[in-house]
Design a protein around this ligand. Sequence first.
Ligand code: PEP
Ligand code: MN
Length: 265
Amino acid sequence: LVSREVKEEDTIIRFPGTNATIGGRDFAMIAGPCSIETREQAFAVAEEVASAGAQFFRGGAYKPRTSPYAFQGLGEEALKIMAEIRDKFGLRIVTEAIDNEALELVDKYADVIQIGARNMQNYSLLKAAGRKRKPVLLKRGIAATLEEFLMAAEYIMSEGNYQVILCERGVRTFADHTRNTLDLSIVPAVQRLSHLPIVVDPSHGTGKRNKVIPLGRAAVAVGCDGLIVEVHHQPDKALSDGMQSLYPEQYVQLMNEAAQIAAVL
Ligand code: PEP
Ligand code: MN
């Protein structure tokens, strides 16, 4: 089902009631904080990214943290805050479901169900997401091959949900100058084999703020369908991923540069 041999034309994900799309010719921008921390924080970031021209707002309600003692997310309270953000700013909401229980709530409040890198091969979660009717943003596992990545998408589609958006977010290598190694070569590789849209996450892909704009530009140039970027109005106070979160003015810069590059492709 993921294959271009089965379906030649690009899949375009549409969002009823808006002109936002993912896939095809238009370029999608998904931006917001790593985690929803408070209503004030979430609204402050949403206002910045909406006025810069994002169509989608990202924010974690359930956080898959390396340490069990680190901030784990506000759960349903965060989902409610994001639903308010959709109403106020017209942004579509993208947020992660870390397990089957969270999936039910994410499906209830959000517009796009995110499956995180750590869950890319959680087949029961993939199948459950495949039984939902909302688009699924599937992140590449930290050591997944192209074949494994596409097969994870196949699990979702095999249950009847064909609205899958792939996301490259960096893989683990020996390199220690970067948190992960962003593998931009997977974009044309996916596009050759599959009709599904692919977006790139230069935030988790690099882990360092000063690398996000250059790698974001490169991702646009390589021909991806959109970017997902972490932005915080006070990155040094962020409860998660502050080091890789852009300041709002940097996000404006990335938006402008991405639009210019996308326009010449
Ligand atoms: C995220 O996007 O919030 C996230 C946790 O990303 P990943 O699953 O790619 O680590
Ligand atoms: Mn994050």
